[in-house]
Design a protein. Structure first.
Lengths: 350, 353
C-alpha cells in the first residue's frame, strides 16, 4: 500500500461510448512499437464480451488465502484481435482508382474495373469494440451501457504479486503501478495474474507494458489524457484521502462510486457510478417501473451496494428536477471540466 | 589478461537501485581465476552429494561452435539429472528429466555442450509463447561455501551463461531468486540447433587458464510447456574436472532414512513443508519450501546447514520469514535434538530425489 493513492471515478450514466478516451490514450502511448494491439484504455459494451474477449474468464487476482492466482494469457488473434492492416496500395493506387468513380462520367466499359474497397487485408475475427452496442434483452427492452476500462492501479496489485523479479512497483507518492522496463524479463506472469487483463506483453521489446496513469502528465499537474479528453465529462481524478477532491466526495462521502469486481481481491482504485436506466415496457408499451438494465447484472459487476446507490442517484436527481439543490448532482454534472480534477492538496504539500 | 580486482557483479534487487548501476562485463574472466580456491570445497560436496563429475577435455585450438560437429559428438556425454524448480512460486509442473553434458577447454575458451530431448522446438517469444532455453551456472566468488543452487544467495553470487532458442545469448549474474541481472549481450557465444527431437547447444566463453575443477550447474526451459524464469528444471551443483571422472557413483548415505521420514512428522516439519507421502501435505498454504527434490538438488552440507541455521539462506516464500533490520529471519526453529535424529533426518532429506 502506498502512502497516498490517486484514484479515478467514472460516471457510467454519462459515458456515450465515443472512444475519445481510447483515441487520446492510443495516440499518446500505444500507436507503434509493438503496442499496436494494446488498448491501455478501452470502452466496452456491457452486457458483452469486453476486451480482450471474455476477459473476466481468464482468472488471476487472489484466492481466499491471499495467494495470487496465475490466470491465463490471452491470445493475440483470438482474444485481443489482430491490428488491422488495410489494403491501401490496392484500393488507393490501383488502376482506375484515380478520382471518384462516377458512373455517368465514366461509363462502365470492358476495360474498367472498380478498385476494391478499403478494407483489412486479413478478415478480422475480433477486436476492441467487436460487439459494441450489441447488448442484451428483447425489444423493446434491449439494454446496454458503456464501461470504460484502464488499469485499476490496485492497492493490492496481482501483477506486482505475480512478478518473481519485483519488476513491478507501486509509487509511494500516488499509488501509480508501473513496470520497471529495466527489470522486466518478459515472463508474462503479470499478464496472466491481472484479473482485469490490463497488463500487456510487448512482442517487439519483449517486456510487459500497461497504463501508466499518464504519470508524466500527473507530475505536471495535468489529468490523464483519457480523463482530460473525455467529451462526456465522466472522469474524476483526485487523491482518495483529499477530502476536497471529487473522488473522495463520490467514493467516501456520498458512497456512490463502486469498484469493479472487488472479489478479485486486488482493491482497484478506479470506481464506477453505476448506470441508471429507463423503465422496461410491457407488451402494451406501458412503463413497468422496473429498470431496463437488470439490477442483478450490475450487482455482479459492482457488488451488493448497487441497489442502494441507484436509489441515492434517483433521489438526488429528483431533487435537482424539483429545483432543489443537490451537491451530488452538481458534482456529477461537472459544470466545469477542470473541477473534476484535483491533483494536489494541502495534505500532499505538507 | 588477468584483472587486478575481482569486480563486483551488477545485480539489482529492487526497482530503485536498478537505475543507477553502470553496465559491466567480462566478469567471469576474473571470477573463474579464483575458483581454484573453491576447489577443495567443491570436491568435498561432490563426494557427499554423489553429483556427477563432468570430464573436461583439453583440446588443441578452440571448441567447435557447431553443436552437431563430430568433434563434440565423439565425446562421451555425462547425463545430469534435472529437477523441476519447486522451491518458490511460480513452480515448474513437470517431472524429473536430464541433460547430457560434454565439456571442452580450448586455448582461450571453455565450452559446454548440452543435449536434451524435445519433441517440438519453441523458437520464438510472443504473447503467451516462450522460447526453449538453457543456462549454465557458475559460482562467482571463492568462498567456503557454494552459492544456493537456485540463483545463488546474498553474499554468494552466481554467473550464468544463458542461451535462448530465438538466437539470443546473455551473460547474467544473480544473488538469489529474483535478482537475475543482465551483465552483457556479448561475452557468451551460444549456438543451438534442433534436429529429430534433439536440442544440441554449445555455450562458450573466453576464460582465464583453468583450475583443475570447478562447480557448475545447469537449467533447461521447455518453451511450449510455458517454462520461463523460475518455471524451469535445474540440476544440483556438479563438478567440471580435467581428466575425467574422479568420484562418480553414489556415496554411502549414513543414517536411517525411514526413521528420518517418521521424524519429519514428529518434529513438525510436515506442517510447513510438502514432500512425498507427507500425511498432512500442506498444499493449500505451503509455508516452507517444497522438499520433494531436496536431496537431488542440494548438497548435504546445505541440507545440514538449513537444519542448524535456518535463517542463513531464506527463500522468498510466502509467510516463511519475518524481516528484521533488512534480514530475513526464518520462522523455522533451528534443529535441536540428538545426533542420531539429525543424521536420520538428513538421510531422509538426501533420499528425496
Amino acid at each position: 500500500m502506498s502512502k497516498r493513492q490517486l484514484a479515478m471515478v467514472m460516471d457510467l450514466n454519462k459515458c456515450i461510448g465515443c472512444q475519445t478516451c481510447t483515441s487520446a490514450c492510443k495516440t499518446q502511448w500505444t500507436n507503434r512499437n509493438g503496442r499496436d494491439y494494446m488498448y491501455w484504455n478501452n470502452v466496452e459494451t456491457h452486457p458483452g464480451s469486453g476486451y480482450p474477449r471474455k476477459w473476466r474468464e481468464f482468472g488471476g487476482g487472489f484466492d481466499a488465502t491471499g495467494k495470487v492466482r496465475q490466470g491465463r494469457i490471452p491470445d493475440l488473434a483470438r482474444d485481443y484481435g489482430l491490428p488491422f492492416d488495410l489494403n491501401y496500395a490496392e484500393a488507393l493506387n490501383a488502376k482506375g482508382a484515380q478520382g471518384a468513380p462516377n458512373d455517368a462520367e465514366h461509363p462502365k466499359s470492358a476495360s474498367f474495373r472498380a478498385p476494391p474497397h478499403l478494407q483489412p487485408l486479413t478478415p478480422p475475427t475480433f477486436g476492441p469494440g467487436w460487439d459494441e452496442d450489441a447488448g442484451a434483452g428483447e425489444y423493446p427492452n434491449t439494454h446496454f451501457f458503456y464501461l470504460p476500462r484502464i488499469c485499476n492501479h490496485c492497492s493490492n496489485p496481482a501483477c506486482l504479486a505475480a512478478c518473481p523479479r519485483g519488476a513491478i512497483y507501486k509509487r509511494e507518492e500516488d499509488g501509480i503501478v508501473l513496470v520497471d522496463q529495466e527489470r522486466c524479463r518478459g515472463y508474462q506472469h503479470c499478464v496472466g495474474a491481472c484479473p482485469y487483463k490490463k497488463v500487456y506483453f510487448n512482442p517487439l521489446f519483449r517486456r510487459a507494458e500497461k497504463c501508466i496513469f499518464c504519470y508524466p502528465r500527473i507530475e505536471q499537474g495535468l489529468a490523464p489524457a483519457c480523463a482530460r479528453q473525455c467529451a462526456g465529462r465522466i472522469r474524476f481524478v483526485s487523491f482518495l484521502d483529499d477530502h476536497a477532491g471529487p473522488v473522495h466526495k463520490l467514493v467516501t462521502k456520498w458512497q456512490v462510486a463502486l469498484p469493479l469486481f472487488a472479489e478479485f481481491g486486488t482493491q482497484p482504485n478506479v470506481y464506477y457510478v453505476p448506470p441508471l436506466s429507463p423503465s422496461k415496457l410491457d407488451t402494451q408499451g406501458r412503463p413497468t417501473g422496473e429498470r431496463r438494465i437488470p439490477e442483478a447484472f450490475l450487482v455482479e459487476l459492482f457488488g451488493p451496494r448497487v441497489p442502494e446507490v441507484l436509489k441515492v442517484l434517483e433521489t438526488e436527481r429528483e431533487k435537482k428536477r424539483r429545483g432543489e439543490t443537490s451537491e451530488l448532482m452538481d458534482l456529477l454534472i461537472a459544470y466545469k471540466h477542470e473541477e473534476m480534477f484535483k491533483l494536489d492538496s494541502p495534505k500532499g504539500k505538507a | 589478461m588477468s584483472l587486478p580486482e575481482n569486480p563486483p557483479p551488477q545485480i539489482s534487487q529492487s526497482s530503485t537501485d536498478s537505475k543507477n548501476i553502470p553496465m559491466r562485463s567480462l566478469l567471469i574472466c576474473a571470477n573463474l581465476r579464483h575458483l581454484r580456491f573453491a576447489l577443495f570445497f567443491s570436491l568435498f560436496y561432490s563426494l557427499l552429494a554423489a553429483a556427477a563429475d563432468i570430464p573436461l577435455l583439453r583440446i588443441e585450438g578452440e571448441p567447435a561452435a557447431d553443436p552437431f560437429s563430430p568433434a563434440w559428438l565423439k565425446q562421451a556425454p555425462v547425463a545430469v539429472a534435472l529437477y523441476p524448480q519447486v522451491s518458490v512460486p511460480p513452480a515448474a509442473k513437470t517431472g524429473k528429466s536430464s541433460v547430457k553434458v560434454r565439456a571442452q577447454r580450448g586455448a582461450t575458451t571453455l565450452a559446454l555442450h548440452l543435449e536434451w530431448a524435445d519433441r517440438k522446438p519453441a523458437k520464438q517469444r510472443r504473447i503467451g509463447a516462450f522460447a526453449d532455453a538453457a543456462a549454465v551456472q557458475w559460482p562467482q566468488r571463492p568462498q567456503a561455501e557454494l552459492p544456493f543452487i537456485g540463483m545463488g544467495h546474498r553474499g554468494a553470487p552466481v554467473t550464468l551463461w544463458f542461451w535462448r532458442a530465438d538466437g539470443t545469448a546473455e551473460l547474467l549474474a544473480a544473488e538469489g531468486f529474483g535478482t537475475l541481472t543482465k551483465q552483457s549481450d556479448a561475452g557468451v557465444l551460444a549456438r543451438g540447433k534442433w534436429k529429430n527431437g534433439l536440442w544440441r547447444v554449445v555455450l562458450s566463453r573466453a576464460v582465464e587458464p583453468s583450475p583443475e575443477s570447478w562447480p557448475v550447474a545447469f537449467a533447461l526451459w521447455n518453451g511450449e510447456g510455458g517454462e520461463r524464469g523460475g518455471v524451469k528444471r535445474l540440476s544440483a551443483w556438479q563438478t567440471l574436472r580435467f581428466g575425467g571422472p574422479g568420484t562418480t557413483g553414489k556415496a554411502m548415505l549414513p543414517g536411517n532414512a525411514a526413521r528420518g521420514k517418521r521424524l519429519m512428522s514428529e518434529r513438525g516439519c510436515a506442517a510447513c513443508h510438502s514432500y512425498p507421502g507427507n500425511p498432512t501435505q500442506p498444499t493449500q498454504l505451503t509455508i516452507g519450501p517444497d522438499l520433494t527434490y531436496a536431496g537431488g538438488l542440494h548438497a548435504p552440507a546445505y541440507l545440514e546447514e538449513s537444519l542448524r541455521e535456518p535463517s542463513k539462506i531464506v527463500l522468498p516464500c510466502r509467510s516463511c520469514f519475518v524481516e528484521q533490520n533488512g534480514q530475513r529471519i526464518s520462522i523455522m526453529p533451528p534443529f535441536e535434538g540428538s545426533e542420531k535424529d539429525r543424521t536420520d533426518l538428513l538421510s531422509y532429506l538426501r533420499s528425496l530425489r
